[in-house]
Design a protein around this ligand. Structure first.
Ligand SMILES: [Zn+2]
Length: 59
């Protein structure tokens, strides 16, 4: 099995991790009720996706 020859220092490890960042979720507005919702997801407030009702929101 291939094996790392040297331990990476904390500095090297942390420099590599500078590229890791949390991505902002892409949001869009619902075409049915106009609420802000996650893209490619049914609207949480009206339950619509592609002009069709996916579920009846409770509350
Ligand atoms: Zn909606």
């Amino acid at each position: 099995m291939p094996h790392p020859k040297r331990k990476n220092s904390k500095s090297r490890r942390d420099k590599r991790r500078t590229h890791y960042k949390a991505s902002v979720p892409s949001m869009s507005t619902c075409s049915h009720c106009g609420e802000i919702k996650l893209a490619h997801r049914a609207c949480p407030s009206c339950g619509y996706y592609n002009e069709r009702s996916m579920f009846i929101p409770k509350g």
